[in-house]
Structures are given as C-alpha cells and as structure tokens.
Write a protein that binds this ligand. Sequence first.
Ligand code: GLU
Ligand code: ZN
Length: 276
Amino acid sequence: MEVTRFAPSPNGSLHLGHAFSAIAAHDIAQQRGGKFQLRIEDIDGVRSLPDKPDEFREDLAWLGLEWEEVPAQSTRLETYEAFARNLLARGYLYPCTCTRNEIMALKPRLGPEGAVYPGTCKGQMLDPEKPVALRLDVDRAMAELPELFWEDEVNGTQIADPRPFGDVILVRKDAPASYHLAATLDDAADGVTLVTRGQDLFAMTHIHRVLQELLGLPVPMWHHHPILLGEDGEKLAKRRGSPSLADRRKAGEDGKELAEQLRLGLFPAGITLASA
Ligand code: GLU
Ligand code: ZN
C-alpha cells in the first residue's frame, strides 16, 4: 500500500506552500488507495513552538484533508541515539567541536546547503570540555558502498552522491539527531513508501539514500513536487508576509475551496508554481 507523508516543523505557521505540499501527498495516497501521514518534526527542541501542532491539525482539517498521525520526533529520541551509536561504532561518524564562526573563518567552499565543512576535526584529538556534534564521514561511506540509485517520480532515476554537502552533521550538539538522520529513520519506521515533499529538498535525498544503505533501511520512492514562489520569485515563507493558513482560516476563508483552487493550479495573485 502506498504511504505518503507531510512532515512540517512546528517552528512557524503553515502557509500556502505547505497546503500545496500536504494536498499533493494526500491526493496521491487517496488516488492509489493508500495512506497519508502527518508527522510533526519537532526535533528542534528550542525552536519548536508548543501550540503549532494543534494549529497544523486544524489547518489540515480546514483544507478538508484526512490523515493518520504518526509519532512526533520528540518521542523518538532514543531510537535516533541507538542508530547514531551504531554508525559511530562502525566508524562512519566522527566528533566535531567546531563552532559556525570557526568554520566560516576557514572560508569553506559553498555546497547545496551553504558552507561545506572542511573536515578540520577528522582524525584529531579534541578538547573534551567542548560540546561535540557527530559528522558523517562521507568519503568513507562512499568508498565502501556500491553505487546507489534513487527513484523520483517527478525527476526520474538519480545516482546518490552526497559528497557536494561534505561531512554533514547527523547528531547535533543540542539534539540527538539532525533533520537528515531523524527524517530518514522516521520514514522507515512509519512505513513510508513515497517520500512526498517540495523540490527544495530534492538534493537532501542524496544524503538520505546513503543513510538508508548504511543503516539497512528499506528504500522508498520519492516525489519532489514543484514549489510555490512568491512575487519576489523566492520560496514562500511566512516571513515574506504571505498570510498563514491559520490567518486565512480565522478570517473565515473557505479552506476546502482554497484546496480545490490549489489543485487546479489557481493561485492567489503574485504566487506561481516554480518550473521544475
Ligand atoms: N520538516 C521539514 C520542513 O518542514 C520537511 C522535511 C521533509 O519533508 O523531509 O521543511
Ligand atoms: Zn570540527
């Protein structure tokens, strides 16, 4: 059975781009007789706002969607720790004490997600007093794994190569997992068969595919849908002043009608769908 998901982080309100994404995942599951899951990605303890999950549920119901909710990330921290310990014991992770400023001072090259960590701490003795993050030794992983592929319904077959990202953080100084580790483990634990999300997260899949192989997880398919852009041609975000779904809901707008419009590709003035 096809299982899709919508996995918002509760650090701000949902906007039209989120509605578009949730509707896409919901409708694909419905068309295929599958299940649509909601997962609250609250790994980010400090930035997670306690009132957001309920607001999200109200937003989705207002759009006329039905879902099955799976456990939030904050309830799964021990699982993340166990998998991270396993990777560490097998030599795929190494500790890093660098701060962002220390990394930027080295003038690192830019990758798909900003500064690429130059590997300073790899193989070094570290100050035991300093807080430690764990990074993936991506060259080691790639040297040991066979060539890996992943299937994207929208973009076709891809060869997994996370090297442009460098040695990404899998265990943060302030949390037992980064987004990459938590989301990859959750998708496997929840039986997700089709990872449905915006094209803005496309490149991340190179990392996730490698993690699946290192951790012996099942391999789903991916569906990266085009994202909505604002008037400035940038990805929609609350901070750019577009009204949130909660604002629209509280103003008495008809959510099911809005969902129908989005399905038809009819967007409010100034909002366009990115060409892939
Ligand atoms: N939690 C992520 C976000 O809100 C989405 C992660 C995913 O879909 O893999 O941007
Ligand atoms: Zn370091």
